[in-house]
Design a protein around this ligand. Structure first.
Ligand SMILES: CC(C)(COP(=O)(O)OP(=O)(O)OC[C@H]1O[C@@H](n2cnc3c(N)ncnc32)[C@H](O)[C@@H]1OP(=O)(O)O)[C@@H](O)C(=O)NCCC(=O)NCCS
Length: 171
């Protein structure tokens, strides 16, 4: 059974391990979520621990989808922490378990993040994504505007440099 998308108000015990498992599966399926496809699982799990710590500390907010009681989809919002950037947030780690991709859940997660951002009074969202993938097209389709491109800013593997595409959504 699929539940969500919902705002996670209390990070349950074991959430970091679930995120590590999800993040590793998405990475191994060539998802563009911060790691090369063959990155060590321990590194991904360390990043998952840190991210859930940020959620517990209120530095980031998580909107999640569960499948059969396990974390299966995420998107994180990280609001600017100084006066000059409090009106905006970064959208990070939009990912669906490979078994659930292509069925509308990614759009549902992103829509939920945008709705929540609007509710808490944010004025704009920012995100970056990996070039050489269909992702820039995905965000354009969701109504985002490409506002920049950093050439060769991502090293995905030996000899594999990718552009980083920056997107903005005004709320
Ligand atoms: C990117 C991702 C979140 C999209 O979620 P999804 O559930 O697979 O996509 P959806 O089924 O919600 O698709 C929504 C719409 O975008 C389109 N779309 C989906 N993936 C697309 C892609 N790669 N390129 C272009 N369009 C795409 C769909 O056709 C659909 O359009 P429609 O509403 O007109 O039918 C998901 O595929 C994923 O987790 N990928 C791996 C992780 C990743 O790379 N995340 C990106 C971080 S920047």
């Amino acid at each position: 059974m699929i539940e969500g998308p919902r705002l996670v108000t209390e990070a349950r015990p074991g959430l970091a391990a679930e995120l590590g498992t999800l993040w590793t599966a998405v990475t191994r399926a060539d998802g563009a979520v911060g790691f090369a496809v063959d990155a060590p699982e321990a590194d991904i799990r360390t990043a998952a621990d840190e991210l859930v710590e940020d959620v517990r500390a209120g530095r980031q907010q998580l909107i999640a989808i569960d499948a059969d009681g396990e974390l299966a989809g995420t998107v994180f919002l990280r609001r600017g922490d100084r006066a000059v950037v409090r009106h905006r947030a970064d959208v990070l780690k939009l990912m669906l378990h490979p078994d659930l991709q292509g069925r509308g859940w990614g759009k549902a997660l992103l829509d939920a993040a945008v709705a929540h951002a609007t509710t808490i009074g944010l004025e704009q969202l920012l995100l970056s994504t990996r070039g050489g993938t269909a992702l820039p097209e995905f965000y354009v389709k969701q109504g985002w505007t490409q506002v920049g491109l950093f050439p060769d800013a991502l090293r995905i593997g030996p000899g594999d440099l990718r552009d980083e595409h920056w997107f903005q959504l005004r709320l």
